[in-house]
Design a protein. Sequence first.
Lengths: 106, 234
Amino acid sequence: MNQQALMVILTISAVTMALRVVPFVALDVLRENLYLRYLGRVMPVGVMTLLVAYSLRETDFLTFPYGIPEIGIAVASGLLYWKTKASLLSIGTGLIAYVLLASFVL
Amino acid sequence: MTTTKQAREAVRLTAPVAMAYVPLGLAFGVLVVKSGIAWYWAPLSAVLIFAGSIEFLTVSLIAGGVPFVQVAATAFVVNFRHIFYGLTFPLERIRDRLAKIYGVWALTDETYAITSAGEGAALNGFQITVLQLVSHFWWAGAAFTGALVGSIIPGYIVGFGFALTAMFVTLLVDSLRNNPSAFQIAAALSSVLVAVIADAFFPNWFLISGLAAYLVLMTGRYFMTSTNRRKELV
């Protein structure tokens, strides 16, 4: 586990740093390339949708309670954030609601 | 302005960063411990990676034993946005070589946001370094504290993995505020379907197959659009 943890963290760290360095060495290419700018605009929706789905991939939707708590709380905290723009309020409320439900009800 | 005064000014500007980093860092630390990973990986990851959303993902990538190609590709796609931050980050203001390297290394969403508008736009190089160091400290310190807190939360309290969902939901909502096209939303949902199907045959390839599907769909749309209309395409 520790070796796996170290390798994963170093890999992600290296990729993240590389992405942060690129613009300083290839400033003009990035500024002028329309396709890369387009990707910068459109990637977030797809990436975030997939990440939400990924975080719920081990939920069992076929047996009781059919993933209703997960989906319900995710949608509710999403709406709360849409309305208030307060990310902490939304994440905090969602997490506490889910932990309480998972620990004491389900 | 004296150096101390300048530093104090920069520290003051980290207040909103602290408000965001401290609770999230605490949740991250708790999640690490509750996922069965040794506590010290929480602060280590916070120091070495210093990019919030991917670190939450790191937890499940470590616990799930995901192949490294996929870890690297996932980090690349999730953090792709960073490639655009450097375009306007005032790196030339930082004089010291080491501070410059650190400036790039610790260029997070929040540092970028603060230095690109409002009061933060007037910071000098020294102050930017202080701003980054203090923000880094908020994040790593909170992750460390969260890991300690996580160690004393009794075992029957479960469900902390939902922190990942709750956080990505807020990021999804943010991305939806930028008026995505119907095509984008349809492509995103289709790629979830691709990911679910791929995952059934090749466990652990959920993210990478979904991201590849989305990238292919969006790239297809770009090259199918006539050249003069690509500029505003979403």
